[in-house]
Design a protein around this ligand. Structure first.
Ligand code: PAN
Ligand code: ZN
Length: 189
């Protein structure tokens, strides 16, 4: 069996980059067509088409049964009443879990199963979120600065975006008078 070498990397807490790497994913607003409730607000913002989030990878060892490691940086912002958020996904390998560790900023993580179990957890510096297999996950920046978190997941997990794109999450996180509020997603079916 091939022997893989240990890998050392350095996280920049200021901007979430690892070893000054380029993002492996950059998602602009236009990549989230159909994800936000307020279509008019979405269209109006599309002229600018801001970056909503970036994912930075740690150089992986390449092991077959290995782990992927990376950071996500979600920009602050609002589309209608909804905060900037990730697409959200299940893992293709359904049983694959994941751990998120919040480095800075403030947000929420929505964790839901296909048959209606729904959990929302606050994210802030130091919170650790264990997402079991079979639970979809989406992160939302409810603060005024980037939400930065560190994630570790099995290299063979893969991403299944389709179910969430069609159905959404049961919960929406919207800007209320006194801060973020959780409401039922009227489009959820
Ligand atoms: C994360 C997410 C990342 C971007 O690395 O992939 O935050 O979110 P979307 O993939 O939903 O666009 C992760 O959960 N990996 O499995
Ligand atoms: Zn994931």
């Amino acid at each position: 069996m091939e022997l893989f070498q240990p890998v050392l990397a350095k996280l920049n807490f200021e901007d979430g980059t690892i070893d000054n790497c380029e993002p492996i994913i950059i998602r602009h607003l236009g990549d989230l067509q159909g994800y936000f409730q307020d279509e008019a607000a979405f269209q109006a913002m599309l002229i600018e088409n801001p970056v909503l989030y970036r994912v930075y990878p740690m150089k992986a060892s390449g092991e077959e049964a290995g782990l992927l490691v990376g950071t996500s940086v979600i920009e602050p912002g609002i589309v209608g009443k909804e905060y900037f958020m990730t697409k959200g996904h299940f893992h293709l390998l359904e049983k694959a879990p994941e751990v998120y560790f919040t480095l800075s900023g403030e947000g929420m993580i929505l964790i839901e199963t296909a048959n209606g179990n729904a959990v929302a957890q606050k994210m802030k510096k130091g919170t650790i979120h264990y997402i079991p297999g079979k639970w979809a996950h989406r992160t939302i920046n409810t603060g005024a600065v980037p939400l930065i978190f560190f994630a570790v997941w099995p290299a063979n997990a893969g991403h299944n975006y389709g179910a969430i794109k069609d159905k959404g999450f049961a919960t929406l996180v919207v800007k209320g008078k006194d801060g973020p509020e959780l409401i039922k997603n009227p489009s959820y079916h």
